[in-house]
Design a protein around this ligand. Structure first.
Ligand code: PXG
Length: 441
């Protein structure tokens, strides 16, 4: 199919997380993608500095994934997942389990990160209940956390704009840890910042307030992506792990962004050496070619629920499209590419060059912080008086016009390219940002 070149009617589509009126007044449309590049409606090549939305880790339109999806669509388009199975679903679960840290080798499929989060929170509640600790209903998230847009996810999430409209309808028993961002102590850190492990101790204060025996789970992103690339301080996740373990509370790592190579290992858990009880994932699991997500669960948590139920359905939860055949085919083909091309190791090898290139922006106009880990970098700009986000938006638009796609949140630019990126392309991304920063007021 040829890429369309004319602008369609824009009026009917209500776009997600978008300033709809601004977009429609000045639409930026993508029509094709291959490898590291998008093609725009006006036929320009755009270097993808963000792997789509942190998800196309193996690069765009990989033939093996395309073929797997196409042939599965022709062989069996859909199969019910409740009380029936199809082989690819089980194979995909085994393939995902094989990449997870021990002993998280039971896998529940979803279609998105938001669904993975809701699923993980419900597994946590079901686990405690199955063990006779049904009073453990409280959930603890973190300020500036992003866990998708379900009611569970926005309740444990800590981004005010995502919560305030719905504040009357959030889950009732939720508390939040403080976030770990500090320009005062950690500006221009490379990798994990030295300051901030003690912020995990706030969990003890929260637990004392509520009584630890009422708490089901703590959920955090091991590296917070959406909120502006917050890299965990050295020792911080270790402390969260120790405190939750001490009180019988489950620790959930939301790895929707970090799983599948982003930090240079299959999961952030493995890269950072801290093993949670559950891991939520999506995005890179299928290279975003078909919507897919999953939760990896400690074997004994699965067993407590599944073996602990006398008969019948053990867990009243699931989606029409859990392990959809096209998603399962895409997951298998994607994980095969990651393995054959050793893309997680590649990300780790490229990380020092990426770090160097990012930190060359220290001293560039407006830059008040550069932070990075793996193939992720956040570049924080000073905000304009009374107009948070305006400067980053302008940088985004100018970079787009010069052929580089980046993301921004408030005034932090975020880079997270496909793991197949070449060093010259890393240079192009940061050189373009540097040139644009000189032009922006
Ligand atoms: N958890 C985390 C940690 C995420 O980053 C979700 C859950 C929700 O996933 P779904 O598939 O339901 O969108 C996410 C999603 C950005 C950006 O630019 C980040 C996400 C989505 C869209 C944009 O930072 N993360």
């Amino acid at each position: 199919m040829n890429a369309p070149t004319a602008l369609p009617d824009l009026s009917h589509l209500w776009m997600p997380f978008t300033a709809n009126r601004q977009f429609k007044a000045n639409p930026r449309m993508l029509t094709a993608a291959k490898g590291m590049y998008y093609t725009t409606l006006d036929g320009r090549q755009l270097l993808d500095g963000t792997a789509g939305l942190w998800c196309v880790n193996a690069g765009h339109c990989r033939d093996e994934i395309t073929q797997a999806i196409a042939s599965q669509a022709g062989a069996m388009d859909y199969a019910p997942g409740f009380q029936l199975g199809h082989p690819l679903a089980f194979q995909a679960a085994s393939a995902v389990a094989g990449l997870m840290p021990e002993p998280l080798d039971r896998v529940f499929f979803t279609n998105s990160g938001s669904e993975s989060v809701d699923t993980a929170l419900k597994i946590a509640l079901a686990y405690h209940r199955a063990r006779g600790e049904g009073q453990r209903t409280r959930l603890i998230g973190r300020e500036r956390g992003y866990h998708g847009v379900g009611f569970g996810g926005i309740s444990v999430g800590g981004i005010a704009a995502n919560r305030k409209t719905f504040s009357g309808a959030l889950l009732p028993a939720v508390d939040h840890l403080p976030h770990t961002h500090s320009l005062e102590y950690n500006a221009f850190s490379k990798g994990q910042p030295a300051w901030g492990a003690h912020l995990a101790d706030d969990l003890e204060r929260i637990l004392a307030l509520h009584d630890p025996s009422t708490v089901a789970a703590v959920i955090v992103e091991p590296m917070a992506g959406s909120t502006g690339v917050l890299v965990p301080p050295q020792g911080y996740l270790e402390r969260l792990r120790a405190i939750t373990a001490r009180h019988g509370i489950l620790l959930i790592f939301d790895e929707v962004i970090t799983a599948f190579g982003r930090l240079g290992a299959a999961t952030a858990a493995q890269r950072l050496g801290v093993t949670p009880d559950l891991i939520t994932m999506a995005k890179g699991i299928s290279n975003a070619a078909v919507p897919a997500g999953a939760v990896a669960v400690r074997r004994d948590i699965h067993d407590a629920i599944v073996e602990g139920t006398a008969n019948g359905i053990e867990f009243f939860h699931g989606y029409t499209y859990s392990a959809h055949p096209l998603a399962a085919a895409a997951v298998l083909a994607t994980l095969d590419i990651y393995r054959r091309e050793q893309l997680f190791a590649r990300a780790l090898e490229l990380a020092p060059a990426f770090e160097q290139a990012a930190h060359r922006l220290q001293g560039a106009p407006h830059v008040i912080d550069v932070r990075n880990i793996g193939l992720v970098a956040g570049i924080e700009l000073a905000s304009r008086e009374g107009a948070v986000g305006a400067r980053a938006a302008e940088v985004f638009h100018k970079c787009f016009d010069r052929g580089v796609l980046l993301r921004y949140t408030a005034d932090t630019l975020a880079l997270s390219p496909p793991l197949i990126i070449e060093e010259a392309q890393i240079g192009q991304i940061f050189d373009t940002i540097a040139a644009v920063l000189k032009e922006v007021a």
